[in-house]
Design a protein around this ligand. Structure first.
Ligand SMILES: [Zn+2]
Ligand SMILES: [Zn+2]
Length: 261
């Protein structure tokens, strides 16, 4: 009901107060996803301690890292609401009607474009003049789910402005953008989970997907694995960690070391 009211208010001619309502709803949705994903991974990590990736390191900086979440989440909500608002106001490309071919096509293109965007923005942030905006995130050498929002406003803006810009270059229906953002929020936390729960052959060569080990190695070794969902750009550019595939494989048939609760 609230959602329909918001949508109704978002016709061309909507004002700043309508945008603020949208912004508030997006913040609320991000917090719900954050809480749900956190409960899931806290449970899984406790249940499967053998799946910890960096066995000898600990991270007890939960609250220190969470202190940056309000800034990070505000930027994510602002840029994402901005994209939706521009499309709903008719300022961006007219989205395609949702059909059997337009849904997988625009969703797939958006996912591939975001991964390319993320890889190259991330490489840019590792460039010496820009690194000061990213250095803080890397003080977390052994990431946890709480590290996902441990970022500066500048890096959040660089990463997330994709969601404002995409509606101007791809006629993607807005529900698909919402689905992509939900996936993005969950997969961002998965990448920082610190435990490999979903190792599978799909996450290693010749398949393009990346698992938790992928971004964990970025934090642990610093100069490898800059991508997000796919390992393709890292493989193409020679920045994939040399032991990535073997490490994923080592988790695939791991037996639990503790009895199930
Ligand atoms: Zn980095
Ligand atoms: Zn990270």
């Amino acid at each position: 009901m609230i959602f329909e009211n918001v949508l109704g208010a978002m016709n061309p001619g909507a004002g700043i107060s309508d945008f603020l309502v949208l912004f508030g709803l997006v913040v609320a949705a991000i917090l719900v996803i954050l809480a749900g994903t956190a409960v899931f991974f806290e449970y899984m990590n406790r249940r499967h301690p053998e799946r910890k990736i960096q066995k000898t390191r600990v991270n007890d900086r939960k609250w220190r890292e969470l202190a940056y979440a309000p800034g990070s989440i505000s930027v994510i909500a602002l840029t994402f609401s901005g994209g939706l608002f521009c499309q709903w106001q008719g300022w961006a490309l007219t989205p395609l009607p949702m059909t059997w071919w337009s849904v997988p096509l625009t969703f797939g293109v958006s996912m591939v474009l975001y991964d390319a965007w993320f890889y190259w923005v991330h490489r840019l942030l590792h460039w010496t003049p820009m690194y000061r905006f990213h250095a803080q995130h890397h003080t977390s050498v052994c990431p946890t789910i709480w590290t996902n929002h441990y970022e500066t406003i500048v890096e959040a803006l660089l990463n997330q402005s994709f969601y404002t810009l995409i509606v101007f270059i791809l006629p993607i229906p807005w529900p698909l953008l919402v689905a992509q953002k939900i996936y993005d929020q969950i997969s961002g936390m998965l990448g920082h989970a610190g435990y490999e729960h979903f190792a599978s052959p799909m996450a290693r060569t010749p398949w393009p997907l990346a698992s938790t080990v992928f971004h964990d190695q970025h934090h642990g070794f610093f100069r490898y694995n800059y991508g997000h969902t796919f390992s393709v750009w890292d493989r193409l550019m020679g920045t994939i960690h040399p032991k990535y595939d073997d490490t994923v494989k080592s988790f695939e048939h791991m037996k639990p070391t503790v009895a199930a609760e």
